[in-house]
Design a protein around this ligand. Structure first.
Ligand code: 4AD
Ligand code: MG
Length: 430
């Protein structure tokens, strides 16, 4: 029976054939252990010299790492095996022999691994991270569809800059200037006025000169936008969504979490509601903790965020930032015009800001004033301003950074391991 590694449980004590690669190998004079992988999972294959024809054992001993094979063997349930099964190999057929595979089981430096990212993703740990990424994407679509959101795809080539003009990737659009999208938000606001509750999922680009474990040049963002939703309800949807993906990862990625050695207790605690503190309260807390150099009106850096997050065992919302720190489109607090109705969601364990969101300005005059203050070309934003001309309504939305969320849930240190081919400050290869 031809099958895959993740399906062998259906064939206990039966003979199966699997197309696989040799991930690793160990052998003695009498027995060979082959670590097999086929994309769906990993399993150990055992070849016992005394039980197979001579050439099968010889082949098992000489086969090289990452060679591809068809393997036939009997499935055995084995409690000690991570997947729960082992394969007692009876026959092997070479598909292609790999010569001098560069990533050996020994330790390699990060730059070496990044140069070989096209191969590194085959490794067990990277495989687990990419499976968790896939689960978060799957659960995202499931959550928003369940909640009645419509998936909308904003453009990648744009003429506007929602998050400020300093980090844009500019390109030519025939005779015009264009930018790679920093955020689909402005288009999602238009979509919300047409479809009510919408979400997008796509690549976004920031020419940020930041070389940190949280920054990518190209990253993927989930951006929901909702008509008739005000500040508080926006936060409720965020905490429900984040709880949903955490619980989905716990439920559907047990093998992967174990492979990565992820502490699951901290994931289990990701359950709505999440604590909320204002920027002012956060600032007072930081002063109390000895961060003397920060004043009202300063942005929080990652040491500040981490200090605040360490105070909680769940993600925490920091709300009502000073207007001057945030983009042009955020709705001011009617009781305090110097702050806006926004929230950043900070993950625990030092993973930093996962979500940025806000209620949006719905008054035309105020929006025009802000475009002016931010020196944005009113012509380029005419269509966006028009949303405030024809049945303007309160509306809110947010953006969740996928890679930071994967890093957090998978428990990996750096976002470069959470996307198949990371684009970093000094890296466009492979
Ligand atoms: O806070 P940001 O810049 O918010 C926006 O772009 C809004 N327009 C979203 C919206 O309201 N629709 O980015 C949102 C999230 C951040 O919280 C972070 O998780 C992630 O995107 N992010 C990055 N992830 C990796 N590398 C970078 N350079 C990132 N910049 C932002
Ligand atoms: Mg932000």
């Amino acid at each position: 029976m031809k099958t895959t590694i993740n399906q062998v449980g259906q064939f206990v004590n039966q003979e199966v054939t699997i197309g696989a690669w040799i991930a690793n190998k160990r052998s003695s004079g009498k027995i060979a252990f082959l670590q097999l992988r086929d994309g769906t999972g990993f399993i150990q294959g055992v070849v016992v010299k005394a039980e197979v024809e001579e050439d099968v054992f010889k082949f098992a001993k000489s086969i090289t790492q990452e060679s591809s094979v068809y393997i036939t063997g009997k499935v055995r349930a084995d409690e000690r095996a991570p997947s729960g099964y082992e394969l007692t190999i009876t026959a092997m057929e070479l598909i292609h022999e790999a010569v001098d595979y560069p990533i050996t089981p020994k330790e390699h430096g990060t730059e070496f691994l990044m140069d070989h990212r096209h191969l590194w993703i085959r490794s067990k740990k990277q495989h687990a991270v990419l499976k968790i990424r896939n689960e978060i994407i799957r659960a995202t679509y499931e959550f928003f569809n369940k909640e009645g959101f419509v998936k909308v795809d904003p453009p990648i080539l744009t003429g506007s800059a929602p998050e400020g003009t300093s980090e844009l990737f500019a390109t030519k659009y025939f005779d015009e200037d264009a930018y790679l999208s920093q955020s689909g938000q402005l288009y999602m606001e238009a979509a919300a006025m047409a479809l009510g509750r919408v979400f997008s999922f796509g690549p976004t680009f920031r020419a940020e000169k930041s070389k940190t474990r949280r920054h990518l040049i190209e990253f993927w963002m989930i951006e929901p936008e909702m008509a008739f939703v005000e500040f508080d309800e926006n936060l409720e949807i965020q905490e429900q969504y984040v709880s949903y993906i955490a619980q989905s990862v716990l439920e559907n990625c047990q093998l992967e979490l174990k492979t990565l050695g992820r502490n699951q207790e901290s994931l289990q605690k990701i359950q709505a509601p999440f604590p909320r503190i204002t920027y002012d309260e956060a600032l007072a807390f930081l002063h109390k903790e000895g961060f003397d150099d920060i004043e009202w009106g300063d942005d929080f850096g990652s040491p500040h965020e981490t200090a605040i997050a360490n105070h909680y065992d769940k993600p925490v919302f920091i709300t009502h930032y000073p207007t001057t720190l945030k983009p042009f489109y955020m709705q001011p607090d009617s009781k305090r015009e110097e702050v806006v109705l926004c929230a950043d969601l900070i993950a625990p364990e030092g993973y930093g800001e996962i979500i940025g969101g806000s209620e949006r300005i719905n008054n035309l005059e105020l929006l025009e004033q802000r475009l002016n203050e931010h020196q944005l070309d009113p012509k380029a934003y005419e269509w966006y301003a028009e949303l405030r001309k024809y049945g303007s309504v309160p509306h809110s939305g947010f953006g969740l950074g996928l890679e930071r969320t994967v890093a957090w849930m998978a428990g990996v240190e750096h976002v470069r391991e959470t996307i198949p081919f990371p684009r970093l400050l000094n890296r466009l290869y492979p």
